[in-house]
Design a protein around this ligand. Structure first.
Ligand code: C2E
Ligand code: MG
Ligand code: MG
Ligand code: MG
Length: 292
C-alpha cells in the first residue's frame, strides 16, 4: 500500500485514505530526513556474566527521537527503513557511533569491554560492509576483538551463498558474530560451524516462561548443550526475574541480558555501571531505571 501511495503523492491528501496509512506515509517521509536531522540516538544495554554480574559487553540499540511523535523504538521504524532502502545508512551510523562510544569508555580502562551492534540483512549483504567495519575500527583505534556484530538467522539465510565469504571477511578483522534471537528463525543450522560465529543469543521468547514452562526449559537446555558442544558462547536474552537468572545459571548459561540487570539506557547513565569501583554485583544489579 505504502509503495503505491508514494508514487502518487497527491493521494496523501485523499480523505479516503486510512489514518493509519497516512500516518505511515508521513513517517516514511520523516524517516528519509532523520539521519540528516540527527534524530537517531543510541541506548546501551549491558550483557553480564551471570555468575559475577560483570559486564562483558554492551549492546547498542537505536532510537528515533521524532520531533513530534517523541521517542520511537526499532519496531516502529526498522522494518520501514528496510523497505525504503534506508537501513544500511542507519546501521552504518549506529556502527560508527557505537565504536566512538566504546573508545570514549576506554578512559574507564575496561580493555576487554565489547560493543555489540545489530545489522540487518541488506546491510551485511553489501560487499562494502566489511570495509565499513574496518573503517569504524580504524577511526576509533579499536581492535576487531572489541566489536560484535549481531545478525538473525533469517539474515544469514538471506546472505545465501555469500555467507561463507562474508563471515570469513568479518572473522579476518577479528570481529565476532552473534546469532540474535536464536531459535526463532527458519534456517539450517549448518552455518553454526562458521568460525566467525562466536555467540548464540537465545531469544527471549524461550526465557520468558522459565523456569515453569517445561517446554521452554527443555528447549533452552538443548540450545545450551548445543552451544557448548559447538564451542559457542550462549547469551540468554530478556532475563527479567531472579528465577530466570537462577535457572539459567544452574543450566550452565554463562551470560545474559535483560531488564533484571539493566534496561537499555543512554551512555552517561550506563557509565556508573561500567566503572570498576562502582560496578554492582549480580545481587545488586536489579535496579531498573525508566524505560529508555
Ligand atoms: P534485539 O537485538 O534482540 O535486542 C533486544 C531487544 O529486547 C531490545 O529491544 C531490548 O530493549 C529488548 N529487551 C532487553 N531486555 C529485555 C527484557 O528483559 N525484557 C523484554 N521484554 N525486552 C528486553 P529494542 O531496543 O526495542 O530493539 C528491538 C530490535 O530492533 C532489536 O532486537 C534489534 O533486532 C533491532 N535493532 C535495534 N537497534 C538496531 C540497529 O541499530 N540496527 C538494526 N538493523 N536493528 C536494530
Ligand atoms: Mg541484538
Ligand atoms: Mg535478540
Ligand atoms: Mg531482535
Amino acid at each position: 500500500v505504502a509503495k503505491t501511495e508514494e508514487r502518487n503523492a497527491y493521494r496523501l491528501y485523499s480523505p479516503l485514505m486510512h489514518a493509519d496509512a497516512r500516518r505511515r506515509l508521513s513517517l516514511a517521509v520523516d524517516l528519509r530526513q532523520a539521519l540528516a536531522r540527527k534524530e537517531f540516538r543510541l541506548v546501551f544495554q549491558p550483557n553480564v556474566e551471570l555468575r559475577t554480574g560483570r559486564i562483558m559487553a554492551v549492546e547498542a540499540l537505536v532510537r528515533w527521537q521524532h520531533p513530534e511523535r517523541g521517542m520511537l523504538y526499532p519496531d516502529d521504524f526498522i522494518p520501514m527503513a528496510e523497505n525504503l532502502g534506508l537501513i544500511r545508512e542507519i546501521d552504518e551510523w549506529v556502527l560508527g557511533e557505537a565504536c566512538a562510544q566504546l573508545r570514549r569508555w576506554d578512559a574507564l580502562r575496561l580493555p576487554s569491554l565489547r560493543m555489540a551492534v545489530n545489522v540487518s540483512a541488506s546491510t551485511i549483504g553489501r560487499r562494502a560492509f566489511v570495509d565499513r567495519l574496518a573503517e569504524a575500527l580504524e577511526a576509533n583505534g579499536l581492535s576487531g576483538e572489541r566489536l560484535l556484530i549481531e545478525i538473525t538467522e533469517s539474515a544469514i539465510l538471506r546472505l545465501g551463498e555469500q555467507t561463507e565469504r562474508t563471515m570469513q571477511a568479518i572473522h579476518g578483522l577479528g570481529v565476532g558474530v552473534a546469532i540474535d534471537d536464536f531459535g526463532t528463525g527458519y534456517s539450517s543450522l549448518a552455518y553454526l560451524k562458521l568460525s566467525a560465529i562466536a555467540f548464540l543469543k537465545i531469544d527471549r521468547s524461550f526465557i520468558a516462561g522459565l523456569p515453569g514452562d517445561a517446554n521452554n526449559a527443555a528447549i533452552t537446555q538443548a540450545m545450551l548443550a548445543m552451544a557448548r558442544s559447538l564451542g559457542l558462547r550462549p547469551i540468554a536474552e530478556g532475563i527479567e526475574t531472579q528465577e530466570q537468572h537462577d535457572f539459567l545459571l544452574r543450566a550452565g548459561c554463562s551470560e545474559g541480558q535483560g531488564y533484571f540487570y539493566a534496561r537499555p539506557q543512554p551512555a552517561q547513565d550506563i557509565e556508573g555501571m561500567l566503572r570498576p569501583s562502582l560496578r554492582p554485583t549480580a545481587a545488586k544489579l536489579h535496579l531498573v531505571p525508566p524505560k529508555a
